[in-house]
Design a binder for this molecule. Structure first.
Ligand SMILES: [Zn+2]
Length: 381
């Protein structure tokens, strides 16, 4: 009896042991698996496998960490000649799919099938898509991690203080706070920054990956004043995105950009004079127009940003922080633009526009004189 129990125990162990490893199924065995980074343009996944029957199908499955309601899993079909011994690879060309920020974590696994129907799923593995051209240092405070490779600890601390001050200012004035951790990559200059981008434009000062909660920016000691402003602006976009993200609807551009401008801490004269000229010439754009993406024409674009800043400033000063918090929460429910404004302020876009623009046209007008700023060129991929 004891002998029977012991042999049964070993039989169960053997079955468990055979079921546990993920790298062999039936007669399929993975000899090796590796990943090569071609940052920022590509990642190549390699696999080497053997089987007693011909391997006929190999697929790579992968996901990246992104803010979202649906778990998005991608599947790539690997092209190879069926054989009992296969070395195959698949290149993820990000020039076609769009890029990932530095430090993005890719989770991947393989599915291999042979001609007898054996199927092997490898266990999940992770690959960090780093910009290995530089030796990165890091600094973390609460939910923000800063990565940099050039400049002293006090330079990084200066930028970290800027981000923390911007977060406090935003929370105090709008109630918006970071929900998830974010990363900020500080490149030492523009050419280093452009080397991290897939289709670099010379004018780009940085890129914001809102879905990944990541800001990538070039800040040198000569443009640190601009850098502080740009970081506060982009940080606000990340917070606003986290606060309002839903599967149904976005928020109007004037609110999105207006909050970012409001929270910069300073606004450049180019914007204030664009606003003053439009008031004087009666050429103000309406909030309805500013609900859509802004014009690419520089003069209209400056005016769009300036008006958006002023409209948000008006809403916060007139109706207070709690209403702004409520507005963001209403958008997070997937509300339409007009319904959200009606729910919170009792006015739709058109009525709010009339009320706000009437205050601009009064001679004693809004507080235009108190607006500083720094122009910046940040792109969203
Ligand atoms: Zn912006």
């Amino acid at each position: 009896m004891l002998k029977k129990i012991v042999s049964l125990f070993f039989a169960v162990c053997l079955v468990l042991f055979m079921a546990l490893p993920a790298h062999a199924a039936g007669s399929i065995t993975v000899k090796s698996s590796s990943v090569e980074s071609g940052f920022p343009n590509s990642v190549t996944f390699n696999i080497s496998a053997i089987s007693s029957a011909q391997i006929t199908d190999i697929r790579l499955h992968y996901t990246t960490e992104q803010l979202g309601f649906a778990h998005v899993e991608s599947e790539a079909f690997v092209v190879f000649t069926p054989s009992t011994s296969v070395n195959a690879s698949w290149k993820w060309d990000m020039r076609k799919s769009g890029g990932l920020p530095p430090g993005a974590v890719i989770t991947y696994w393989w599915t291999i099938t042979d001609s007898t129907g054996n199927k092997l799923n490898t266990s999940e593995a992770q690959f960090k898509f780093d910009d290995t051209r530089f030796k990165w240092l890091s600094l973390t405070q609460d939910k923000t991690t800063l990565y940099w490779y050039n400049g002293s600890q006090s330079f990084a601390q200066d930028i970290m203080s800027t981000t923390q001050n911007a977060l406090v200012r935003l929370a105090n004035d709008t109630g918006a706070t970071l929900q998830d951790p974010i990363r900020i990559y500080l490149y030492a200059n523009n050419s280093d920054l452009l080397g991290s981008m897939i289709f670099p434009q010379d004018w780009t000062g940085g890129v914001s990956f809102t879905e990944s909660g990541c800001i990538v920016i070039g800040i040198s000691s000569s443009n640190i004043t601009w850098g502080r402003t740009a970081i506060a602006h982009e940080l606000t976009h990340l917070v606003t995105h986290q606060m309002t993200f839903n599967p149904y609807s976005g928020i109007p551009t004037w609110l999105e950009e207006g909050l970012a401008m409001y929270n910069q801490g300073s606004v450049d004269a180019t914007f204030t004079s664009a606003l003053q000229n439009a008031i004087a010439n009666n050429t103000l754009l309406t909030l309805k127009t500013l609900s859509s993406p802004f014009s690419a024409y520089a003069n209209i674009s400056y005016l769009s940003y300036a008006e958006s800043w002023n409209a948000v400033d008006y809403l916060i000063k007139t109706y207070g922080k709690d209403k702004m918090t409520q507005l963001l929460a209403t958008f997070q429910q997937g509300s339409t633009y007009d319904n959200a404004l009606l729910t919170v302020y009792g006015k739709d876009t058109k009525a709010l526009n009339t009320e706000w623009q009437a205050t601009l046209k009064k001679p004693a007008g809004n507080t235009l004189s108190s607006v500083p700023m720094g122009a910046f060129a940040l792109a969203t991929p």
